[in-house]
Design a protein around this ligand. Structure first.
Ligand SMILES: Nc1ncnc2c1ncn2[C@@H]1O[C@H](COP(=O)(O)OP(=O)(O)OP(=O)(O)O)[C@@H](O)[C@H]1O
Ligand SMILES: [Mg+2]
Length: 371
C-alpha cells in the first residue's frame, strides 16, 4: 500500500487539502484580470495553491497560464530565457508550430534553440547579442498579448519574484506590464516577505500599490482532521482525532510539516496510531531537523538568541515588560532593533500584536531547548 501523504514538491489534487475559500477567491481575482501578490513563508503551499487553482481554470477552459519560476535567476539573459521558455511551453503545440509562431511575432528574427533536458522535457532558448538584451526583454514580455488578442484570458505567474530585485529590470517590467490588457492577470509570489513588501509598498518604487495582496493562512485543524483521517481509513489504518490535534498544535497547521508528520506516522503505524508510535515519530522528525535548526541557531548573535527565547517565553506578547527586560538584560532600544532585524531575516513575524517564529518546528525545537 502506498503512503497517502506526500511532502516536498508541489502537490496536486491527490495530496491537496482543502483551501476551498482561497481557491474560490483566487479564481475570481484571476478571471477579473487583477494583479495579485502572494507571500508566505517557505514550504507554506504557495506554489501548490496557485497551480492547483490554475489547473482547475484550465480544465474549465477559462484560461491559459504561464508559470515562470525565477528561483536562482541572476541575470537579465536568464530571466528572458526562463520567461521565453515558459511561454513556449504554454503553447502546447508541436515544435515546428511553436518555432514558426515565434519567428513570425518576434520582430528581430531571433535564433531559437531547442534542447531536451535530462527528464526528456523540451527547453526553448533565445539567442541574441548582449546589446539587444533590453529590446529582447520588451519583446518577450509582450508575447502573451497574442493570447489576449485571441480573446483568451491568461494568467502569468512569477514564482520567487523577489529574485528580480538584483536584475535591474523592475522599472521596465512594471511599465511594460501596466499596459497589458485586463485579460492578463499577473501573480507575483515569493517567500521573502521583507523584500516583497519593499517592492510593493515603497512609494518610490515602480510596483508601488500595483497589486492585490492575497493572504494565505495555515490550513485549519478541522480540515486536517478530515484530510488525515480519511486517508488513514482508505488505506486500512486508524488514527484518533486527538493525535491530529496534537500534530496541528506542534505544526500550527503549516502544510509541509503537517504532511510530513502524517506521512511518517502512517509509515510507522501497523493498524492504529498509539501513544508510543506518536512519540517515536515526533522524535524522528525532530532528530532529522536538529542539524538544520542548530545551524540556524549558531548563525544568530547572542542578542538575537536572547530575543527569540524571550518571544518563546512570553508567547510573543508584552515583550517590553520591565521584568522580562531585566531578566534578559536587554534595553528597550536594542530589543526594538533586534526585532526588526529578525523580521527582515524572515525568522519572526507578527500577527495581531503577537510575535512568533515563522517556522513552527524551529519554535518547538527552541521550546524543548529552553524548558
Ligand atoms: N493544500 C495543501 N494540502 C496538503 N499539503 C500541502 C498543501 N499545500 C502544500 N502542502 C505541503 O507543503 C509542501 C510544500 O508545498 P509548496 O511547494 O506548494 O510550498 P511553497 O510555499 O511553494 O514552498 P517554497 O517556498 O519552497 O516554494 C508540499 O509538498 C505538501 O506536502
Ligand atoms: Mg514554491
Amino acid at each position: 500500500m502506498r503512503n497517502p501523504f506526500y511532502y516536498g514538491g508541489i502537490v496536486s489534487e491527490k495530496y491537496f487539502c482543502n483551501r476551498e475559500n482561497e481557491i474560490k477567491e483566487l479564481k475570481k481575482d484571476i478571471l477579473n484580470g487583477l494583479n495579485i501578490l502572494i507571500y508566505a513563508p517557505r514550504r507554506f503551499g504557495k506554489s501548490s495553491l496557485v497551480i492547483h487553482t490554475l489547473e482547475k481554470l484550465k480544465k474549465e477552459k477559462k484560461l491559459k497560464y504561464i508559470f515562470v519560476d525565477l528561483m536562482g535567476i541572476s541575470s537579465k539573459e536568464e530571466f528572458i530565457n526562463e520567461y521565453f521558455n515558459a511561454v513556449a511551453q504554454s503553447l502546447e503545440e508541436p515544435l515546428d508550430k511553436v518555432i514558426n509562431f515565434f519567428k513570425n511575432v518576434i520582430k528581430f528574427r531571433p535564433v531559437i534553440r531547442v534542447t531536451v533536458d535530462e527528464y526528456g522535457r523540451t527547453k526553448f532558448h533565445l539567442e541574441f547579442s548582449p546589446e539587444k538584451t533590453l529590446e529582447t526583454l520588451e519583446e518577450v514580455l509582450d508575447l502573451p498579448l497574442f493570447y489576449a488578442k485571441k480573446g483568451r484570458n491568461i494568467c502569468i505567474v512569477f514564482d520567487e519574484f523577489q529574485e528580480i530585485e538584483v536584475l535591474g529590470i523592475e522599472n521596465r517590467l512594471r511599465s511594460k506590464l501596466q499596459h497589458h490588457s485586463n485579460r492578463i492577470s499577473y501573480i507575483f509570489m515569493g517567500s521573502k516577505k521583507s523584500i516583497l513588501q519593499k517592492i510593493f509598498q515603497d512609494k518610490k518604487r515602480a510596483f508601488y500599490r500595483s497589486v492585490k495582496h492575497f493572504q494565505i493562512k495555515e490550513i485549519s485543524e478541522k480540515d486536517w482532521i478530515k484530510f488525515i483521517q480519511d486517508r488513514f481509513k482508505k488505506t486500512g489504518k486508524d488514527i484518533d482525532k486527538s493525535f491530529i490535534k496534537e500534530i496541528v498544535t506542534i505544526t500550527r497547521g503549516f502544510p509541509y510539516y503537517t504532511q510530513q508528520f502524517a506521512y511518517e506516522l502512517w509509515e510507522n503505524t501497523e493498524k492504529e496510531v498509539d501513544e508510543q508510535v506518536f512519540k517515536e515519530t515526533l522524535k524522528l522528525i525532530m532528530e532529522r531537523e536538529e542539524d538544520l535548526f542548530a545551524t540556524e541557531w549558531d548563525n544568530l548573535t547572542s542578542n538575537q538568541k536572547k530575543v527569540l527565547k524571550l518571544i518563546v517565553e512570553k508567547n510573543g506578547q508584552n515583550l517590553y515588560d520591565e521584568h522580562i527586560l531585566a531578566k534578559y538584560e536587554i534595553k528597550v532600544g536594542s530589543l526594538r532593533k533586534i526585532i526588526q532585524i529578525l523580521m527582515e531575516k524572515d525568522i519572526i513575524d507578527r500577527r495581531e500584536n503577537r510575535y512568533y517564529l515563522q517556522d513552527p518546528l524551529f519554535e518547538y525545537w527552541l521550546k524543548q531547548k529552553i524548558y
